[in-house]
Write a protein that binds this ligand. Sequence first.
Ligand code: BTN
Length: 333
Amino acid sequence: MSKEKVLNRLRNSKDFISGQTLADQLGVSRNTIWKYVKALIDDGYKINSVTNRGYRIEEITQQLNETEILRKARLLPEQLKVFKSLSSTNDWIKEHQEELVPGTVVITSHQTSGRGRQGRSFHSPPNQGIYLSVLYKGDLTPRFDFVTITAALAVATVLEELGFSPAIKWVNDIYINKQKVCGILTEGELELETGQMKYLVLGIGINVNNESFPAELSKVATSLRLAGGHPLDLNELAAKLISEISQWMSLLLPQGNNQDYTQAVDEIIKAFNQRLYLKGEIVTLIAGSGLRVTGELIGTDEKGHILLDTQDGLHSFPYGEYRLSVDPSLPST
Ligand code: BTN
């Protein structure tokens, strides 16, 4: 794509390049060059245009953009869809899953109806966070029981590489300094005839450059910018995340024998437990149908269930949400 060629030429030049030079180099008209420059400006690049001197790139975009992500993530162009705004990336994939190729990543930095678990909404204001979903289908569908846990590890790994110390709140939230920075929502459709998943959608939302949150979230949520003290490049982070997800998910792909799989799951659980939020603390779990159980948080078992040491012994639970049990009236931590 010539828009990318113009971008590369501008990136590689500290000085202005004239429209005519670019036109000659790329074998197109000056008018076409101007069209590409305008498209790059729309993508969020700051490009200075000065009469008789030409164009110079002043700042790499802070908006999510396909070219930047593809430069850094190992994805085929047809596997990446970047939108300025969507209602929900999970919903968009579910609507279009038939025509999308396996492994498609849909990404936006604004959702108007971002969704969390249990019908909750997920705060997704414009140009501050990363909201992405990955479609798995066909042979490339990972075994689904550990997808959320594994995705949480992928996010945690990226954040650790950036110098943060994240903790994973079983099963789908990432915390920094006891505040939520990321949520994960895995959804899918089961094919009743085969008992196999028809497709899976892995949705991840990260608060990246938010400087503040609405009052109801301000105590419980944080962003990487608030926790780290500086803004991050959304495209770079998105690319890192996409690569890390694909590496971790490859452990759950059905090829390989069962022994490999069991070994991979053991490693995943071990890595997950090392980062488990509130491990060793007394927590209260609200399990499925409103059942409340209090006990010491021991970890995640080999099925990916949460294990509590309660007054009447060890119990594991497949679903639920926990919080420190000191004061259940406090907002969930
Ligand atoms: C939660 O906090 O309970 C999970 C939040 C998951 C949010 C992500 S953002 C991308 C994807 N699209 C959605 O509507 N939700 C998920």
